[in-house]
Ligand binder design. Structure first.
Ligand SMILES: CC(C)(COP(=O)(O)OP(=O)(O)OC[C@H]1O[C@@H](n2cnc3c(N)ncnc32)[C@H](O)[C@@H]1OP(=O)(O)O)[C@@H](O)C(=O)NCCC(=O)NCCS
Length: 191
């Protein structure tokens, strides 16, 4: 669908932009990797075509401002290394949820902690969200660390069987939140 505003976001090391179909072989590098997908809801992809189908559905069905998905590109070489997205979970309550994934060989370089504050800022300023939630499996503390480093507050330390991974079943989870009236904004750089 048409994206009426510029969705691109630029951080010191990263560019975020909407996905294009040509990203599918790059996306497959993490959607095909069980080390990445074990904490996610979707099945580990078996073919590039599966990744292309997801991208295609995002391009066709994401309805701004309710849903935004971005490809994560390194500024140094413009390689696509991950995805991040915000979905509105309640329009009336102005509530949304953020989720993300990164290719395994790019973990622990601080990328997601760098990106998340900019994406939250976008959600508050462009998606009419007041409250943005993020949840992580208790078996996946690195994701909780990212939320904390993005200045989200822990609201629920333990939600039993909060979500079900296709690969690994039900996960006990923690929830972090950020609010539009108190969040310090991270405006995108202009290239
Ligand atoms: C979660 C994920 C996005 C993190 O991205 P990233 O760019 O590697 O995160 P960062 O480098 O910004 O920060 C990770 C932090 O977790 C820490 N960390 C890594 N492994 C850890 C572990 N097993 N236990 C505790 N902390 C850990 C890192 O040291 C780092 O903290 P630091 O900067 O204070 O040293 C990435 O691991 C990923 O894609 N995982 C698979 C998909 C996923 O889990 N998505 C989230 C679903 S809720």
């Amino acid at each position: 669908m048409k994206k009426p505003i510029n969705m691109n976001i630029v951080t010191p090391r990263i560019i975020l932009r909407p996905f294009i179909l040509e990203d599918a072989p790059f996306m497959f590098k993490w959607t095909n990797d069980v080390r990445v997908t074990q904490y996610l809801r979707f099945n580990t992809h078996k073919s590039v075509a599966e990744s292309m189908r997801i991208i295609s559905s995002w391009i066709e069905k994401d309805t701004f401002p309710q849903i935004c998905n971005w490809a994560i590109l390194k500024r140094e070489d413009l390689e696509v290394i991950g995805s991040i997205g915000i979905g509105t979970t309640s329009v009336i309550d102005e509530r949304g949820e953020v989720g993300y994934a990164l290719r395994f060989d790019e973990w622990n370089k601080g990328y997601m902690s760098e990106i998340l504050p900019y994406v939250l800022t976008f959600g508050f300023d462009n998606m009419n969200l007041h409250r943005i939630e993020a949840t992580h499996s208790l078996l996946n503390p690195a994701s909780g660390k990212v939320m904390k480093k993005a200045h989200m507050s822990k609201e629920c330390p333990l939600m039993r069987h909060y979500y079900k991974s296709s690969q690994t079943g039900f996960h006990d989870s923690a929830m972090y939140v950020a609010f539009s009236d108190t969040y310090n904004r991270y405006p995108s750089e202009i290239l």
